[in-house]
Each structure stands twice: as structure tokens, then as C-alpha cells.
Design a binder for this molecule. Structure first.
Ligand code: HGA
Length: 609
């Protein structure tokens, strides 16, 4: 979700700020802005549109400066508009902010009574006036930001610059991501590393409550109470190239086709051997998994669907009871904590605010056996858990998650085998058989990707539909859910998913000629049951699009379209079956002409509640 860049340099920072915002575009945003100090005067530009519009405005004015802050906004308080775009200004002091200030109304009232004039509907503007209020009391800028931050409830990452104080920028964070960049020519801060690779690889991850001062010749960091603190420098290994689009039309397309490589990278540690080693989840994993009596998976969106697949695996293969919860529900409900439960949090970015809060909630209830499955090694969620598994999908830019999902499934399959092993439920023969199947997965996925031309033809017919129903059974029900979510997200076609056995309990009423029904139909133990459910659809005139695989034996007929995937893949079949559904959504969106990588109203890493 929205992003921040801050820079102070001996060179012109305007191109750095703009390039940083471009790199953060993938997080999703609706408006952009920047403020720089030029000859000690504040200059602000804001655009209720894309970063490209902002860059054009900066170009037109030949804007140049050595210090500035910049922002892409994903509105939470106040409509997306130029007036609400950041930076927000209070008499020469400018602030960019990522997050939500929960007590902003109370602060706003207090400051209004003191004579401050508000010009936007945002919660962020209260921060600008609050800091200014402290400056008016005679405090130095660093102290003003620190003390103002202490009054804020909610989540924030902020960047501040002030007229007549052009030797420094101040940043602070709590809840929302923010890191510092230590460069040759200056100091920087941003919401993630990708924005700073243009100037440095040396980054410092700020902790909750940290306030930092960036100057040309260095930086200092304090805790919220003002105590100076040292934070280590990490040299990022993120590759800048991984973020380029290359030969592909969209990031989503690129990422769908990167799945064989992403899976191979993620499963690299099992490439050579024939045994499952729980240590891939961390040095203590053998011990922790051995003492685990239940698993609770917490996630949102696509990651939640990965968790639902894992429930089938964990219970049937590892014999471990497993429940899966939506993070935003779990964090607010009264649940019964159990210290012997392993809490598994899944998030592509590792910054998903609801998942992070749910994890903290679980820990506050005494559940300290925690495992993160994330795609970003230095993310907030990874830093909060005892165990971790980093998927190696590479940066995922498209808002609709694809390669993150399949690599999460790979990680969860490894978790299942590790838990089965520590519980004495994995025979040597099964261990070797599962590992062989996992190693072959990249090749199997590559073969499914070859079906793209046929899927593209199906997508042509879909694009004119208003609604679609996705059906699956067993471990493929969550795949049907994921297929429906993908279609909604990027083609805006209303899609619902059901466990096929539920059809007759309600949704069958929706089925008629105009309702395409997509079935995930692998040749597993439930295929005969599923076939009966498909008959129920056909009998009501519903048109069926069936993703079968080797051995599903469903004959093609009038109104029954079948696409055969090359192999049946047993336990890991969900990893293969999601691929055609990703392609179907992608091509339906192309036909409809929607903004595939940045669908309306959505953002990539959802760092607000
Ligand atoms: N609450 C602020 C910032 C929103 C944000 O962080 N978006 O990702 C606003 O609405 O402007």
C-alpha cells in the first residue's frame, strides 16, 4: 500500500524521489506528491493520478533540490484527490505518512481550537500541525517529531522536512514499514528496499517507535523515549533487474510464467537429498514442530487460500489438527489460546497489517510457537516469528498474486512433510516419493503453462459474462476459491466459489444458460462425486468449463468443455490446478481491457487495516 521516499544528498534528489516512487508503484496507489526544499523554501507538487504525472510537473518546472520527501497515497481518510494527496503542510513544514492515525479526530479538534487551519480530510494532516505546534513551543525539529509521534495512536511511517532547516529530514515509524538507506552521496529512507536500490544496497530496518534524523554526513536513531539506539546495516541482495517487465506485457503474465523458476528456487534446499529436514524452517524447528499439537494458520486473501489447501495436507498426511483463519477476524475475536499450537502466518509481503496484528495478538495470548511463510526476508512479519520460511518467488509486482501463491503451497507442502516426519508418520518410501514429486514440480508447471492458447480461447467467451461459479472438492475447493478471487480481482466479473457438494444447498438456484460454471476436476478420490455435481449443473442448462487431468475421464459434449492437464499430481495437484485459473483470469482481463497489474480499488501490500 502507499509508499514513502525521503532523500538528502549532495546531488539533485528529485530524480531519486521520483524513481523511488516508480519502484513503489506496485504497492498500489491513487495519487502522488513530493515536497523539496529549494533555497530553504518549501516547494510542493501533487497529482491526483500517476507518478508519471508528478514527474511531468517536476520536469515542467525543472525542479531540483538536495532534500525532499515523496509519497504515493492509497486513500484511507478522505477521497483520492489532489487536496488529500500528501505531502501535507503546516506553515513551511511538510509531512508524508503511510498508515492510519486512529486518534486524529481528537488531535484535530485540539489543534483547530488552537487556530490551526485544516485543508484536507486526511488523518495525516494532523501530524503536520502537531509537529508544527511542538516547533512553535520552541522544540527542535527532531524532538518535535519524536514527541508528536508519541501522541499518535495507530500506525505510521512518516517523513518530515521543514523550511529554514534544510540540513536534515526526520523519519519515524510504528506499524508501517520504513527503512533507511546509507548512500555514498547522501542518506535516504523508503517503505521498501526496491525504492533505494538506485542509490544504495546498504539498508537499516527501523523498529517500531524509532525516530531517525538523516543528514548529508550521517544519521542518528532514537527510541520513542529519546534514548539513542544503534541499528545494524544490512546489505540487501535484492536484484534490481527482477523488477523489470522485460518481454512481458504485464507483471502478472511475467509472474505466472516465472512459476517454474520460482518453485525451483523455493525448493532448492530439497534439490539434492532424499530426506525432509525440518531445519529448513529454522534451527529450532525440529524441537518446535515435535512439541506442536495443533496448527493455526492465519492469513488474508490468496495466502488464506494457500492455508486452506494446507489444512487438507496437514490433517491427512501429518495427522495434525489444523484450523485456518482470516487475520482480520482472528485478531478481533475472543478465541481460546493454546500454547502447544503452532501459529503459521502467511503473507507475500510480510507487511500485511492484519496478519501482522493477528500474529502479535496470538503472541500476546501466549502462543509463542510461530512460523512465518513470506516472500520478503527482512519484512516485519518475518522479524516477529520464531521460525520462518522465505519463499523465493522474487519480487511480485502484479496486485493479483500468482507465483507467491504457488511458492507458499510449496512451503506448506514441506511443512506438512516435516510435521509428518517429526510425528513418525512418514515412511522412508513416502518421503522419497513426495520429494521426487516436489522436485519435478517446476517441469510439471511448465507443461501446464503450455495450455495457454486453449485457455485464451475460453477466456474470449468469458469476458462477456457478468457472473461465474467455480466448483471444487477436497483440497481443490480452495483452488476454486482462488480461481474466483483471481477472476474478480482483475476482470471485475462477479465470481463465487463453492465446494461442489454444496451446490444443491443453494447456489444451484443461480445456474442457467448464462452462468458459466468452472470445475476443478483432477482424477483424485472425489472425482466420481464431482462428476455427479457437474451433472446437476448440466441438467439446469449451465455451461461447464472443466479443468480435468490425466485420468479424469469426463467426456466432452454439448455445453461441456474439457481441458485436460497433462498429469495427475496427487497431493500436490492444487499447485498445478491453480495455473490454468490464473491464465483464465489474466486473458479474460485482457479481453475486457482492465488494468491487469493495478486493478481498481486494490493495492499490493496491504499495510493498513
Ligand atoms: N491515512 C492516510 C495514509 C494512507 C495510507 O497509508 N495508504 O496506504 C491517508 O488516507 O492519506
Amino acid at each position: 500500500m502507499c509508499g514513502i521516499v525521503t532523500a538528502i544528498s549532495t546531488q539533485n534528489v528529485v530524480p531519486v524521489l521520483l524513481e523511488g516512487l516508480r519502484k513503489l508503484e506496485y504497492r498500489g496507489y491513487d495519487s502522488a506528491g513530493l515536497a523539496v526544499l529549494y533555497n530553504n523554501d518549501l516547494v510542493r507538487l501533487r497529482a491526483a493520478g500517476r507518478v508519471a504525472d508528478l514527474a511531468a510537473m517536476a520536469d515542467e518546472r525543472s525542479l531540483a533540490a538536495n532534500i525532499g520527501i515523496a509519497h504515493t497515497r492509497w486513500a484511507t481518510h478522505g477521497e483520492p484527490s489532489e487536496r488529500n494527496a500528501h505531502p501535507h503542510i503546516s506553515d513551511g513544514l511538510a509531512v508524508v505518512h503511510n498508515g492510519i492515525i486512529e486518534n486524529y479526530e481528537e488531535i484535530r479538534e485540539r489543534l483547530t481550537a488552537k487556530g490551526f487551519k485544516f485543508t484536507s480530510e486526511t488523518d495525516t494532516e494532523t501530524i503536520a500541525h502537531l509537529v508544527k505546534d511542538k516547533l512553535n513551543e520552541g522544540l527542535d525539529l527532531f524532538e518535535a517529531v519524536r514527541l508528536a509521534a508519541n501522541e499518535l495512536e495507530g500506525a505510521y511511517a512518516i517523513g518530515v522536512v521543514c523550511e529554514n532547516d534544510s540540513t536534515r529530514a526526520i523519519v519515524a515509524r510504528k506499524g508501517s514499514p520504513l527503512l533507511l538507506g546509507v548512500g555514498e552521496e547522501g542518506m535516504y529512507a523508503a517503505s521498501d528496499t526496491s525504492a533505494l536500490l538506485q542509490v544504495t544496497r546498504k539498508v537499516i530496518y527501523l523498529e517500531d517507535g524509532d525516530v531517525a534524523e538523516l543528514k548529508l554526513d550521517g544519521y542518528r536513531i532514537c527510541l520513542s523515549d529519546g534514548t539513542p539506539v544503534e541499528r545494524g546495516i544490512t546489505v540487501s541482495s535484492l536484484s534490481a533487474d527482477a523488477i523489470e517487465l522485460g518481454q512481458y506485457r504485464h507483471y502478472m503474465q511475467k509472474e505466472i510464467f516465472e512459476q517454474p523458476q520460482a518453485l525451483a528456487n523455493t525448493l532448492e534446499m530439497i534439490a539434492g537429498g532424499n530426506v525432509v529436514s525440518p531445519q529448513v524452517f529454522g534451527a529450532q524447528a525440529g524441537e518446535v514442530l515435535g512439541a506442536t499439537r495443533r496448527v493455526l494458520i492465519i492469513a488474508c486473501g490468496t495466502s488464506f487460500h494457500a492455508g486452506l489447501v494446507a489444512r487438507y495436507w496437514l490433517e491427512s498426511i501429518a495427522g495434525i489438527p489444523c484450523s485456518v483463519e482470516i487475520a482480520s477476524e482472528y485478531r478481533y475475536r475472543t478465541s481460546v489460546p493454546d500454547p502447544d499450537t503452532l501459529v503459521v502466518v502467511i503473507s507475500q509481503s510480510g507487511e500485511t497489517a492484519d496478519t501482522l496484528a493477528a500474529l502479535k495478538h496470538a503472541k500476546s495470548l501466549g502462543m509463542n510457537k510461530t512460523l512465518a511463510i513470506c516472500n520478503v526476508p527482512e519484512s516485519a512479519i518475518v522479524r516477529e516469528t520464531a521460525l520462518r520460511f522465505i519463499t523465493r518467488a522474487g519480487p511480485e509486482i502484479g496486485v493479483a498474486s500468482t507465483k507467491a501463491f504457488t511458492t507458499q503451497l510449496a512451503a506448506l507442502a514441506l511443512l506438512t512433510l516435516s510435521m509428518a516426519k517429526v510425528n513418525g508418520r512418514l515412511t522412508e518410501e513416502d518421503e522419497s516419493r513426495y520429494l521426487t514429486a516436489m522436485r519435478h514440480l517446476p517441469v510439471a508447471v511448465a507443461k501446464v503453462l503450455e495450455l495457454e492458447p486453449e485457455i485464451e480461447q475460453w477466456a474470449q467467451r468469458f469476458a462477456s459474462k457478468q457472473h461465474a461459479l467455480f466448483l471444487g472438492r477436497g483440497r481443490h475447493w480452495p483452488i476454486a476459491m482462488e480461481g474466483a478471487l483471481k477472476l474478480k480481482e482483475i476482470s471485475y466479473i462477479h465470481a463465487e466459489s463453492y465446494a461442489a457438494g454444496e451446490l444443491k444447498h443453494g447456489p444451484l438456484a443461480l445456474v442457467d444458460r448464462d452462468m458459466p460454471v468452472i470445475a476443478v476436476a483432477p482424477a483424485d478420490e472425489l472425482i466420481e462425486k464431482l462428476k455427479s455435481n457437474l451433472q446437476e449443473v448440466r441438467a439446469r442448462g449451465g455451461e461447464l468449463y472443466v479443468f480435468a487431468d490425466a485420468g479424469s475421464e469426463i467426456p466432452e459434449s454439448d455445453g461441456v468443455h474439457i481441458l485436460h492437464m497433462p498429469e495427475h499430481y496427487g497431493m500436490l495437484s492444487p499447485v498445478l490446478h491453480v495455473i490454468p485459473l490464473q491464465l483464465l483470469s489474466y486473458h479474460a482481463a485482457l479481453v475486457k481491457g482492465t488494468d491487469v497489474d493495478k486493478p481498481r480499488n486494490l493495492a499490493k501490500s496491504v499495510t493498513v487495516e
